[in-house]
Design a protein. Structure first.
Ligand code: UFG
Length: 330
């Protein structure tokens, strides 16, 4: 039996595939390469180029491959873009989920582990955030993922497809050897942009807002290493296969860093000055997002290996130094 990673050519997906293969799983990847990279997919994974909104593509894949679980990482995920193009997000993310679940139902596939997000909480009612806390997204991206979670809940009771939704906080870093990493076009995420400035590819960092309700006025986020995220998916998939009911887990380090603190940490790691200026807010950014991840630790037995943001940034810096222009260099 094989695991299907939908979105396996993306930043998180490619690390997921790498981790699954190193753990001995047989892996199939589906990706339309709209934001992912063919070169990011592990050579031992069987690759199918296509779209999760395409029922024929999925039926064909499920007919050719013996899939027993799906890891669904195939969604658009940029907060600022979603503010400008909400329909693009609802179309790709929500419709993609519906078409995928319908195809899983036809093929008799019973398990799905879904990449959800801390953006489902909006401006949280308390910090750290617990899974049951209020969910009022303040951007279309978070709203689309919350809708996807709701769809999975109703499908479980009607169709017996069991799911785990993993609400990621801020995924960061790269495989330690720098062979795969983050490469978005355009890049909007804080750490890769800071490292672009460190590498001399961009003049300066713009910090979007310093008038938030946080200690230094800049947004606070909870950064988690990408391979720790990947490990949690494997645990969640095995949890479902053991017969447990559907559930939702936060995945974060439970420590918050402000944008200014990330900049300082990156200056330390890279030894570069990294010029920065304060710019206006970009819209859709909650003040603070920090996870309570104790449920994933207790129920899934998840033990993140990276507990230091500088170590996380170091792995992203190794990738940046080895691949200054990302996958274009390959
Ligand atoms: N930021 C800047 N300057 C930049 C880029 C980002 O100041 O050039 C700031 C943002 O305004 C925000 C922080 O850095 O305050 C982090 O922004 P990112 O774009 O790196 O990440 P987000 O917190 O917006 O979103 C990420 C993922 C989402 C996920 C969310 C959950 O992209 O998918 O974390 O916490 F939902």
């Amino acid at each position: 039996m094989a695991v299907l990673v939908a979105g396996g050519a993306g930043y998180i997906g490619s690390h997921m595939v790498d981790r699954l293969i190193s753990e001995g799983y047989d892996v199939v990847v589906a990706d339309n390469l709209s934001t992912g990279h063919r070169a990011a997919v592990h050579p031992q994974a069987r690759f199918y180029e296509g779209d999760t909104r395409d029922a024929h593509f999925l039926d064909d894949l499920f007919a050719k491959e013996d899939i027993d679980a799906v890891i669904h990482m195939d969604a658009f995920s940029l907060v600022p873009e979603s503010m400008k193009k909400p329909l693009k997000y609802f179309d790709n993310n929500v419709i993609g989920m519906i078409v995928l679940l319908e195809a899983m139902k036809r093929a008799g596939v019973k398990y799905v582990v879904f990449s959800s997000t801390a953006a489902t909480y909006g401006n949280p009612e308390r910090i750290p955030i617990h899974e049951a806390d209020r969910k009022e997204p303040i951007n279309p991206y978070g709203e689309s993922k919350l809708m996807m979670e709701h769809i999975m809940k109703w499908v479980e009771q009607a169709d017996g497809i069991h799911s785990v939704a993993l609400r990621y906080f801020n995924a960061a870093g790269a495989k330690a050897d720098g062979s795969i990493g983050e490469d978005h076009h355009p890049e909007t995420h804080l750490i890769p942009i800071v490292l672009k400035v460190a590498a001399g590819q961009q003049d300066q960092l713009k910090i979007f807002g310093d008038d938030y309700d946080t200690p230094d006025g800049t947004n606070v986020r909870d950064y988690i290493h990408i391979l720790d995220l990947a490990d949690a998916h494997i645990l969640a998939m095995e949890y479902l296969k053991q017969g447990h009911a559907s559930d939702v887990f936060n995945l974060g380090s439970s420590t918050g860093f402000s944008n200014k603190e990330i900049l300082d940490a990156a200056r330390k790691v890279t030894g570069q000055e990294i010029p920065a200026e304060i710019a206006p807010r970009r819209g859709g950014d909650p003040d603070t997002l920090v996870a309570d991840s104790s449920k994933a630790r207790e129920v899934l037995g998840w033990k993140p290996k990276y507990d230091n943001v500088e170590d996380i940034i170091k792995t992203a810096w190794t990738w940046k130094q080895k691949h200054p222009n990302g996958y274009e260099d390959q």
